[in-house]
Design a protein around this ligand. Structure first.
Ligand SMILES: Cc1cc2nc3c(=O)[nH]c(=O)nc-3n(C[C@H](O)[C@H](O)[C@H](O)COP(=O)(O)OP(=O)(O)OC[C@H]3O[C@@H](n4cnc5c(N)ncnc54)[C@H](O)[C@@H]3O)c2cc1C
Length: 295
């Protein structure tokens, strides 16, 4: 069996190659964009540079010929790669099973309706296409003998996208996927300046600061790359400290694989208190400075 991994980021390429190795005896990896394929993660490796004025979403035409002897495709769940894998699946007359939490014996477990339940699906025939996050394959380690990657020549599709413009977005500088301890701020922070209370706690305990979606996409106080939940980051840190977060399912599915969950909320009936290991009822403006001082 041969698996093919498509990623935009080198780290995801590595993690998904490790997962692919649990499903197939032969693993090939392609990275699309500016990052490179790490060495020793696959049996074959490819790199696709996106030409000036072209869109990464159109890399499907470049990759399609490589799928002829492939049974499984695993794609990093980021916007460009989702678009690429959708086009590849369409070209092969297949569907994509998205947001897989795990893939075992050809059966993929995903969430549905924003995380209210789980669904298990498998491809009936042809190539099985999946999107899966780096954490979907547990502690699997990549293996392989690729030294670098073969540079593929860009194949423009018949109806190509035209890149009109692009600009960098605000970056947090913190990779929450790698943080052992995450402090997550929610709408209980009524003013942007109060986030300094969470930042002070993070500095004290070496944590990364994340948030619920409203703080990133509603208030715009935090970079969108830092919100946690079904449509954001799916994390599994050792410790998760949720402050001013109610505990809606769409948020908690991104946090409930944490080792230990602490919750701070002024409402003793907040749903998060049913989903945490330790709960503290109190106003975060009082509680956070005291915790920071005490630690
Ligand atoms: C399709 C879909 C996808 C979604 N995806 C995501 C996602 O990926 N991530 C995500 O986060 N959300 C997502 N949401 C939104 C989600 O449903 C919730 O609306 C959101 O998570 C709520 O954020 P919150 O807990 O910060 O805010 P709220 O639900 O408003 O909760 C705020 C909490 O703060 C407490 N509080 C208020 N003041 C204080 C204080 N001074 N001290 C202590 N506590 C206080 C309140 O008691 C309350 O419990 C999604 C929704 C949909 C429909």
């Amino acid at each position: 069996m041969k698996a093919f991994v498509i990623a935009e980021h080198a780290e995801a390429a590595s993690a998904l190659a490790a997962g692919a190795r649990t499903l197939a005896d032969e693993v090939a990896v392609a990275v699309v964009g500016s990052e490179q394929v790490p060495a020793n993660i696959a049996d074959a490796a490819y790199h696709v540079a996106v030409p000036e004025g072209a869109a990464a979403d159109d890399a499907a035409a470049t990759l399609e010929a490589l799928l002829d002897d492939v049974q499984v495709v695993i794609a990093e769940p980021v916007r460009h790669v989702k678009s690429i894998v959708g086009k590849l699946a369409a070209a092969k007359g297949a569907s994509v099973i998205t947001d897989c939490l795990s893939i075992e014996d050809g059966v993929a477990t995903s969430m549905y309706f924003g995380g209210v339940g789980q669904i298990r699906r498998k491809a009936k025939s042809g190539i099985a296409f999946y999107t899966a996050g780096a954490g979907s394959f547990g502690d699997a380690q990549p293996s392989g003998s690729n030294a670098g990657a073969e540079e593929l020549s860009w194949v423009a599709p018949a109806a190509a996208l035209k890149l009109v413009s692009s600009e960098p977005i605000q970056k947090s500088g913190v990779d929450l996927n790698k943080s052992d301890v995450v402090v997550a701020a929610g709408r209980g922070f009524s003013e942007e300046a109060d986030l300094d209370l969470a930042r002070a706690l993070c500095d004290k305990i070496g944590a990364g600061l994340g948030c619920s979606r409203p703080l990133a996409e509603g208030a715009g106080w935090m970079p969108s790359e830092t919100y946690i939940g079904v449509s954001g980051l799916m994390l599994s840190p050792k410790v998760y400290i949720a402050a001013g977060i109610s505990g809606q399912m769409q948020h908690m599915v991104g946090a409930n694989r944490s080792g230990t969950v602490f919750a701070i909320n002024k409402d003793q009936n907040a749903p998060i208190f049913k989903q945490c290991d330790y709960g503290l009822v109190g106003d975060l403006k009082d509680v956070l400075p005291k915790i920071t001082e005490a630690l």
